[in-house]
Write a protein that binds this ligand. Structure first.
Ligand SMILES: Cc1cc2nc3c(=O)[nH]c(=O)nc-3n(C[C@H](O)[C@H](O)[C@H](O)COP(=O)(O)OP(=O)(O)OC[C@H]3O[C@@H](n4cnc5c(N)ncnc54)[C@H](O)[C@@H]3O)c2cc1C
Ligand code: SF4
Length: 469
């Protein structure tokens, strides 16, 4: 038998100096042979820890074994038992903090963990090339409404349809997918892939109604009257701002606006698409998460000469996925570590010209265990900028919540739902994803959708049994 490679099988990528000028996908995927080679590194562990650390508990050694044997249909069948969005998770899950973090192979000093995410992507991309057959399921168990079509809503909807429910998703925007469609850029997650995974979910019988803002276009009362139960998965899409002087200057954006113009409205193809996006020379992005990386890398692709990320902590605390950080450095993004903006400056005409910042140092750990950044007095410095993008986090969108005061919220303004069931303070109303946890990850949002689907099924069946008695 060939010797097991110490390192992950590399995946081909577009060269940095080419890809930072286009929006096409950076990572190009494994061939079947490369996938088989990588699959052969898996130890096929008993009580595999990778499964335990996957929020939807995919049978990881199971599907990897099938890849090794070259049976993609069998690998895909295993994946589809656990996830409705494998092509997406394979691309954007922070595997290094989940399944791959505990992979037994990676625990041995010499070896890198199995590239579980890349293998998941290989299988899912194979599956997306197969014809989509509508599933012959009768939807006669009841009616469920899902509010919001992000990963949480799509997962709950797909699972409920497979269980035999008539499911309608109501989505405020003109396209479904939530952050997958309007937030994460094409170069990390091609929109054709998102659309295909959504089509597969629709093939289970799910109906998606776009341009419906629940709380405005229709009310929660109407939904509760028309459906046996509902699932609220409206995400955490309202941008936070630092609130420093100069925020209203021309050139200061929230990451939500900047990325929505680019991803949802295809601003990078202006004027073929009619939404413009600012052409910039010097861009500053504030924050250190995936959102900041996406905004900075998008700005570079739009032709900006200098793009820098200002982060108040150090490299070690950076919350973004490792791969995105490395890609950003390769693409020429600069970093100001331990720095924080305190004011946006202008030339008197209302246009941003520079960002005034201060240097920080790390003090004692805060509640999250991360060392708290503190300002170093007298450390001001100026970064020239015609565009500044704030990517410092999002909060709960109030449109639906404000029209539904009966629903109990927690102290951060998110929906107070039982994490074990998704049940809220109102019977028949379930919730999950970012609107419960605050901004988190795709896989956690999907996990919540799975839990809710099972619980909604139980709720409706129990109620029906009570009525029959
Ligand atoms: C730019 C960016 C990059 C990210 N990168 C990653 C990553 O690499 N890996 C990762 O795991 N996670 C990433 N995340 C986080 C991840 O995308 C979210 O955790 C996940 O999308 C949450 O899913 P959700 O279904 O709860 O909500 P969302 O995806 O936010 O979807 C909610 C949907 O509800 C709709 N909606 C809101 N209000 C209403 C209403 N009143 N009526 C009808 N519809 C409504 C919204 O329009 C939206 O479509 C990223 C987030 C952003 C913003
Ligand atoms: S822990 Fe790693 S080596 Fe073990 S089964 Fe999972 S992927 Fe394979």
């Amino acid at each position: 038998m060939a010797k097991r490679s110490y390192t992950k099988t590399p995946m081909k990528e577009q060269a940095p100096e080419i890809r930072n000028q286009n929006f096409s996908e950076v990572a190009l995927g494994y061939s079947l042979e490369e996938g088989q080679l990588e699959a052969s590194r898996c130890l096929q562990c008993k009580n595999a820890p990778c499964i335990q650390n996957c929020p939807v508990m995919i049978d990881i050694p199971g599907f990897i074994k099938q890849i090794e044997e070259g049976d993609m249909a069998a690998a895909s069948e295993i994946l589809s038992k656990y996830t409705n969005l494998p092509a997406i998770c394979g691309r954007v899950c922070p595997q290094e903090k989940q399944c791959e973090m505990v992979c037994r192979l990676g625990q041995s000093k010499k070896f890198e963990p199995v590239a579980i995410g890349k293998l998941e992507r290989l299988v899912a991309d194979w599956a997306l090339q197969q014809p989509i057959e509508p599933l012959a399921i009768s939807h006669d168990k009841g009616k469920v409404a899902v509010i919001g079509s992000g990963p949480s809503g799509l997962t709950a909807a797909g699972d409920l349809a497979k269980l035999g429910y008539e499911v309608t998703i109501f989505e405020a925007l003109h396209m479904p997918g939530g952050v997958l469609t309007y937030g994460i850029p094409e170069f990390r997650l091609p929109k054709a892939i998102v659309s295909k995974e959504i089509e597969r979910i629709q093939a289970t019988g799910v109906t998606i109604e776009t341009n419906v803002v629940v709380g405005k276009t229709i009310t929660m009362e109407e939904i509760m009257a028309d459906f046996d139960a509902c699932y609220l998965s409206v995400g955490a899409g309202a941008p936070n701002f630092m609130g420093i002087p100069g925020t209203s200057l021309n050139g200061v954006y929230s990451s939500s606006e900047y990325l929505t113009r680019i991803n949802l409205m295809k601003g990078y193809e202006f004027p073929t698409y009619d939404t413009p996006v600012q052409k910039s020379k010097n861009v500053v992005v504030i924050g250190g998460g995936n959102v900041a990386m996406d905004a900075a890398r998008s700005a570079k692709r739009l032709g900006a000469e200098n793009v820098s990320i200002i982060y108040r902590r150090s490299r070690e605390e950076l919350p973004a996925r490792e791969e995105e950080y490395h890609h950003s450095v390769e693409e020429g993004i600069n970093y100001h570590w331990l720095s924080n903006p305190i004011e946006y400056l202008n030339d008197g005409t209302g246009k941003l010209t520079a960002v005034k910042c201060v240097k920080m140092e790390l003090g004692e750990p805060d509640e999250s265990g991360r060392r708290r950044p503190q300002v170093i007095p007298g450390s001001e410095f100026i970064v020239e900028a015609d565009t500044a993008i704030e990517a410092i986090g999002q909060g709960a969108n109030r449109v639906l919540l404000d029209t539904f005061p009966e629903l109990q919220l927690n102290r951060w303004g998110y929906i107070d739902a039982d994490p074990a069931t998704g049940a809220t303070s109102i019977p028949g109303v379930f919730a999950g994803g970012d609107i419960v946890t605050g901004a988190a990850t795709v896989i956690l949002a999907m996990g919540a959708g799975k839990v809710a689907a099972t619980q909604i099924d139980q709720y409706i069946q129990t109620k029906k049994a009570e009525v029959t008695v």
